[in-house]
Design a protein around this ligand. Structure first.
Ligand code: GTP
Ligand code: MG
Length: 210
């Protein structure tokens, strides 16, 4: 099983021109405020507190890039996005975030895939349908994740999950940042996007020591 062996924060950008150069593929975590994007990224990277988490929606206000290295040397950026859909945020700030989000999703060539998070108790709403459609139009991969699975009893979990699967016709990974449920499946998806740095330049990898 692939593992992430190192994660380093690269940038926290409020503007597209502050993002890292597009040298590696990236996978972004998208979903409404408070759905658990930053928590899931911490769980995935096995790093508490690397991505900032809060009970108050609207915690992540910038696009946060972290460089992840896998045990086989492949790399990619994992990206924490500001949440959308939170009513209590001031209008001006809300507009700025959604413009940032929109232009990132629209123009970032290095963005190969999105992990789209929905609360397992809530399922996809208008925004998620729009996002999934938008990603399909842009030829970006999308994987749907149902978060906070620990908040419902096991018997309920399957019913809720089946409902989302049926509604969307997609594969859905049920996750919990607390119990780490679903983390292996999510890691498999994320790892599938990583590349050897040498693959990018067409250079040969480092010479074998043997
Ligand atoms: N029980 C439980 N709580 C969770 C889980 N994931 C996140 N939370 C809680 O949900 C709240 C929001 O988590 P965040 O990770 O900050 O959510 P976010 O989607 O990054 O939110 P924004 O940055 O505001 O968009 C925090 O109080 C977390 O502790 C989970 O899997 N289980
Ligand atoms: Mg966040």
């Amino acid at each position: 099983m692939t593992r992430i062996v190192e994660v380093t924060l690269s940038s926290s950008a409020g503007k597209l021109d502050r993002l890292p150069e597009e040298t590696l593929p990236e996978v972004a975590f998208a979903g409404r405020s408070n759905v658990g994007k930053s928590s899931l990224l911490n769980a995935l990277c096995q790093r508490t507190g690397l991505f900032k988490v809060s009970q108050t929606p609207g915690r992540t206000r910038t696009i946060v890039h972290a460089l992840a290295r896998l045990d086989d040397g492949r790399r990619l950026y994992v990206v924490d996005l500001p949440g959308y859909g939170y009513a209590q945020v001031a209008k001006g700030a809300k507009r700025a975030w959604s413009e940032l989000l929109d232009s990132y999703l629209r123009h970032r060539t290095a963005l190969k895939a999105c992990v789209v998070l929905v609360d397992i108790r809530r399922g996809p709403q208008d925004e998620e349908w729009q996002l999934l459609e938008f990603l399909a139009e842009q030829n970006k991969q999308a994987v749907l994740v149902a978060t906070k699975a620990d908040k419902v009893p096991k018997s309920q979990r399957k019913i809720l999950l089946d409902k989302i699967v049926k509604e969307t016709g997609r594969r859905v990974i049920a996750t919990s940042a607390q119990t780490r449920d679903g983390m292996d499946d999510l890691l498999k998806f994320v790892a599938s996007l990583a590349v050897h740095p040498a693959a990018l330049t067409g250079e040969k990898g480092p010479a074998s020591p043997f």
